[in-house]
Every structure is written in structure tokens, then in C-alpha cells.
Design a protein around this ligand. Structure first.
Ligand code: GLU
Length: 325
């Protein structure tokens, strides 16, 4: 028997700001199937940097809900592993080290722009406009004198100076992608309140954890050029990326905590069986022809990224019929 570990390493990286709903469950299932179909190692990483949004205890609930779905992981907050800790809140020293390096190499600069402007950036990657408005780079051009003046009245955020060139990539689901030069503009790697930016933390962790394959939701497709720019700045090869479909509620908006009935906890209370949920999710995403009850292990043989929907999927009005007896 060959006991060598598979070189494929994937991850599911939820933000434990709420429990799982069908949309997160779909992303978790697809990320898991991609890894398991390749005989790879699955990493679970809690992206809990934004402490005010992440209530204590939610990470444990998310793990319990994943286990209920039939998803497992080889490395994670509860089981540990060679690249731990697996909670971002316990990895701050690594992010600081990375920021120091970017600072030394003159790739980041302080930004003193107003709170209102920063807020639209702080809510990324979950803002309505994906990555938010493109920053015009005005603080990049400040003189040393101007910086000193502003520094006296305001704590700056730190922005990564996005190289003005395209970062094309071949997405495993969406196909070839090309965003314009400087895609999205200079982005925040550390907020003025001291919280490390999503893009930086994800890239530092994907490097440190040896992630080879990222499978995540479509809402992060436009984050990818920024992450590719960070990989390049750190001199590391990027992983392969694939972005799966978002689920939309009956009202056409992206599933969120507002759609209470699509939370896994609400479905469980109504008697939903996990294999019905996973079988239905796989069918919704395009992997199977029928919404049959199938546990994640039974779905591995259906894995085929070419079949995965390339657009958001709206819940049909009768969706609960498939999941609840
Ligand atoms: N933590 C991010 C989220 O919950 C996902 C990050 C990623 O997969 O790159 O949306």
C-alpha cells in the first residue's frame, strides 16, 4: 500500500459569524468532494478575525453541523494538524510578520481616508458589490510631510499597492478569467481598527497550510486577482481556484441569516435527514440528475467540476419537499 500523503490539499474556510445555511453547506460539500475525489487532505480553517462578528461557540456549532452533514476533515481546530492553529484569531503573529515584509518591500502604504469610505471596504468580501468600490489610490501619492500631518489626527489603515497589470487565471468551474489591470484597486490589508484584512490572512494561511486547491463561493471570484497579487508579492505559487454557485432565496437575494428557514438547524428541527440535504445540494449544483438522498461519501463518484452550475441557483418554491418528509 502506498502510504504517501496525497499532494492535494484543499480547505473549507468558514467565517463563524453565524451557523451554516444551505449556501454555506453547498460550498462545504463541493470543497469536500473535490478533495475526497482526488484522495487529498481536507483542512478546516475558522476565519474568525473579525471578533465582533464572530460569537463564541459558533465555530463549534459549525463543526457539529458539518459532521451532521457527513463532512469530515483531516486538519482543523478540533483535531489539530501540522499547520495549526486552525483559527485565524490564533495566527496573528504570522499576519504581522507578513505585513512587516510587505512594508519593508514597499508594497503597502498607510491610508487615511474617512470612515465612510473605509466601511465599504471593511465589509468585503460580503459587501453587496463584492469587492466594494475601487479605491482611487489617493493616499499612495501623499508626501512624507502630508503623511505626518494626517498621522497626527487619524490612525491609518494599510493598503496593498496593487500592481497595474492583469492577473488572469483559469477557474476550475468558471473557466478562464481576466480582470482588468489593477483589478479592484489597492485593497486594505489591515484596517484602522487593527483587524487584519481578509485577503492577506487567506493568502498567508493558504501558503502556510500548503493549500493546492481552493474551492469556494462565486462571491469570491473577484477577490482572486488580489490574492494572486499577494502570492506573487510573497514569491509563492498560487493554488488552483474554483468557484461554485451561490444559492439565492425565493426573493432572489443571496442566502443569509435573514432567510431563517434555510439554516441547517431549522431544517433539522423540521426532521430533515442529512443525506437528503447533501443529495439535494449536489443535484442543485448540477452534479447529479436526480435529487436522491445521497451522503457525501456516496457523492464522490459523481464529482465532475464541468457539471457544476456557472450561475447562481435560485431555490425553487417547493424546495422543502425534497428535503423534509
Ligand atoms: N471566510 C470566507 C467566507 O466565509 C471564505 C474565504 C475563502 O474561502 O477564501 O466567505
Amino acid at each position: 500500500m502506498n502510504n504517501r500523503p496525497s499532494p492535494i490539499r484543499g480547505r473549507f474556510a468558514p467565517t463563524p459569524s453565524g451557523r451554516l445555511h444551505l449556501g454555506n453547506a453547498l460550498t462545504a460539500l463541493l470543497a469536500w468532494l473535490q478533495v475526497r475525489a482526488a484522495g487529498g487532505a481536507m483542512i478546516l480553517r475558522m476565519e474568525d478575525l473579525d471578533a465582533p462578528r464572530c460569537k463564541p461557540g459558533t465555530a463549534a456549532q459549525v463543526m457539529e453541523e458539518m459532521a451532521w452533514l457527513g463532512l469530515d476533515w483531516d486538519e482543523g481546530p478540533d483535531v489539530g494538524g501540522p499547520c495549526g492553529p486552525y483559527e485565524q484569531s490564533a495566527r496573528l503573529a504570522l499576519y504581522e510578520e507578513a505585513l512587516e515584509r510587505l512594508g519593508r518591500e514597499d508594497r503597502i502604504y498607510p491610508c487615511y481616508c474617512s470612515r465612510a469610505e473605509l466601511q465599504s471596504i471593511a465589509s468585503a468580501p460580503h459587501g453587496l458589490t463584492g469587492e466594494g468600490p475601487v479605491y482611487d489610490g489617493r493616499c499612495r501619492r501623499l508626501t512624507a510631510e502630508e503623511r505626518r500631518e494626517r498621522e497626527a489626527v487619524k490612525t491609518p489603515s494599510l493598503r496593498f499597492a496593487m500592481p497595474v497589470k492583469p492577473f488572469p487565471f483559469a477557474d476550475g468551474v468558471a473557466g478562464p478569467q481576466s480582470f482588468g489591470p489593477g483589478a479592484g484597486g489597492d485593497f486594505v490589508v489591515k484596517r484602522a481598527d487593527g483587524i487584519v484584512g481578509y485577503q492577506l490572512a487567506v493568502v498567508v494561511d493558504d501558503i502556510a497550510m500548503g493549500v493546492t486547491d481552493v474551492f469556494r463561493g462565486w462571491d469570491l471570484l473577484d477577490s482572486t486577482p488580489r490574492q494572486l497579487a499577494l502570492f506573487e508579492a510573497f514569491g509563492e505559487p498560487p493554488p488552483r481556484y474554483a468557484h461554485g454557485p451561490l444559492l439565492l432565496g425565493l426573493d432572489g437575494s443571496r442566502l443569509s441569516k435573514r432567510h431563517g428557514s434555510v439554516g441547517l438547524s431549522a431544517l433539522r428541527e423540521r426532521g430533515a435527514k442529512p443525506e437528503k440535504v447533501t443529495g439535494w445540494l449536489a443535484w442543485t449544483a448540477g452534479l447529479t440528475d436526480e435529487p436522491e438522498p445521497l451522503a457525501p461519501r456516496e457523492l464522490i463518484r459523481f464529482w465532475d467540476p464541468r457539471r457544476i452550475a456557472r450561475e447562481a441557483v435560485r431555490l425553487p418554491a417547493d424546495w422543502t419537499n425534497f428535503i423534509i418528509d
